[in-house]
Write a protein of this length. Structure first.
Length: 481
């Protein structure tokens, strides 16, 4: 049997340097890659295989796991790597690529490129006879910038590669803590009976970044809603809210996720001002560093109304989650970097501790995805002492780094690359999931336009617009009324 082949388009790009080549190196060192796998990088640049191997080595040495780098795996890893110069729109380049691949039992093509190149690459692969049943494609986000453009891309790709051959990647789904969320819910009888509106008052899902656009002018055509909410946050929402799948297989899990996305309450011009807060950062300061505003960033139009922050009060209209708001927030140039899910449980029905000092607070389950990976459950306990029943919250902590200290923290792409090579699509996004997410996001964007809603200004280095706090406070006031 001939050797399998992994072909990376955009092999010299930022994502490839920071994440993909280090991930492949880690998998190689641990003996997890398929036997005899060949790695072929492609980009428009003219390079020799030796020049490209040197660039890969530099990327891996800068970003790779230090302990694995000491194992001496690099020479054998570099021997697996080849390079072919391919321009997406030059059909003759794909013949060169086909000659270099030769006969193989299995091909995985990873598109780490801008989405406008997805279709020409697929057409080029077909022209060179590289789109048979022994091939699959992994598509990096974003896939389109609207429901319409997403469908155009999917329709064009589907003419060449079937849905079973197409793997749409969202690297958040490869994070250990995200997969632990599934284990937490469905392997512990403590949580599943109370994972519903009768016991949970609201849920927060937030992705907070301290960085700005950092010269990436493409961001102005995307914004926070398209760049983060449409993919990462809605995927986390689907995993938090989905019904128990019948089995832990790719069809069952994804069937439950799509039900959640299709149950999201539509946001319309009638409710958009109440349920959303768009923002854009202005000049500010963080850790004594002066930060420019979004409109002063390189390549950003001075009259841009692109949002760099968004908060959404979302509702899932089904029996399990009736009336429970999901507060979804993401933004750039905020005061901290974190990705977390906080599940807020309801207050006890009758507080017997009133008048005795501290109040009993509702329990919280906090799931941190970055910068640390941990899960904590906040309970109320009595403070030691003889001066009454004074309560304070205490945490039951699961630190993945401490609990599994013999296991290194993986790059999320490692699992997804490995699953892609095996043809396991459980942690990838199906077309109907993608389209359901875009449909909901398009409704928000259209409502902003129709209602002439512009982003609110917030200082770089702050929590974001204060109106987000007001949105949550107003909901709490309504809930108690």
């Amino acid at each position: 049997m001939t050797s399998p082949c992994f072909i990376l388009f955009g092999a010299t790009g930022d994502l490839a340097r920071r994440m993909l080549w280090p991930s492949l190196f880690h998998l190689h060192c641990e003996g997890l890659l398929p036997e005899g796998l060949r790695l072929i990088g492609t980009s428009r640049s003219e390079k020799t295989a030796e020049e490209f191997q040197a660039a890969v080595q530099k990327s891996v040495e800068e970003r790779g796991d230090k302990e694995l780098l000491k194992k001496g795996c690099m020479p054998d890893f570099l021997k697996q790597i080849d390079y072919v110069s391919v321009s997406a729109d030059k059909i003759e380049d794909y013949k060169k690529l086909a000659d270099r691949i030769g006969e193989t039992s299995d091909m995985t093509f990873y598109f780490s490129t801008a989405p406008e190149f997805f279709v020409p690459i697929c057409e080029g692969l077909k022209s060179a006879g590289l789109s048979g049943d022994n091939a699959r494609v992994i598509l990096e986000k974003p896939i389109g910038k609207s429901l319409h453009s997403s469908r155009e891309i999917s329709d064009a790709v589907e003419k060449i590669f079937s849905e079973d051959q197409t793997f749409r990647i969202d690297h958040y789904l490869g994070k250990e803590t995200v997969q632990n969320l599934i284990a937490l819910r469905f392997a512990n009888s403590l949580f599943e009976p109370v994972w519903n509106a009768s016991a949970i008052s609201h849920v927060e899902i937030s992705v907070s970044e301290t960085v700005g656009v950092e010269g990436r002018s493409y961001y102005d055509n995307a914004g926070a809603l398209r760049d983060m909410m449409q993919n990462h946050i809605l995927q986390l929402l689907a995993l938090v809210a989905m019904e128990p799948p019948s089995h832990l297989d790719q069809a069952a899990v994804r069937n439950e996720k799509i039900k959640v996305l299709k149950s999201l309450r539509r946001i319309t011009p009638a409710n958009v001002s109440k349920l959303t807060v768009p923002g854009q950062y202005k000049a500010g300061e963080l850790n004594d560093e002066k930060l420019v505003g979004y409109l002063e960033e390189e390549g950003i139009p001075k009259d841009s109304s692109t949002e760099t922050y968004v908060a959404v009060q979302a509702y899932i209209d089904n029996w399990r989650w009736k009336g429970v708001p999901f507060f979804l927030t993401t933004g750039k140039r905020l005061n901290s970097r974190h990705t977390e899910i906080i599940v807020h449980f309801r207050e006890v029905p009758h507080n017997i501790f009133e008048g005795q000092g501290d109040q009993a607070r509702p329990n919280r389950l906090v799931i941190n995805l970055q910068p640390t990976e941990s899960i904590s459950f906040e309970l109320m306990a009595k403070q030691p002492g003889l001066d009454g029943m004074n309560l304070q919250p205490v945490n039951l902590n699961l630190s993945l780094a401490q609990e599994f200290e013999s296991h290194r923290r993986r790059i999320a792409y490692e699992r997804l690359i490995l699953d892609g090579l095996k043809g396991n699509s459980t942690l990838f996004v199906r077309r109907d999931e993608l389209e359901a997410a875009w449909s909901w996001i398009d409704g928000i964007l259209a409502s902003w336009r129709n209602s002439n809603i512009k982003p609110l200004q917030y200082e770089a280095g702050s929590k974001g617009p204060g109106e987000t706090d007001d949105m949550i406070k107003f909901w709490k006031w309504e809930a108690r009324a």
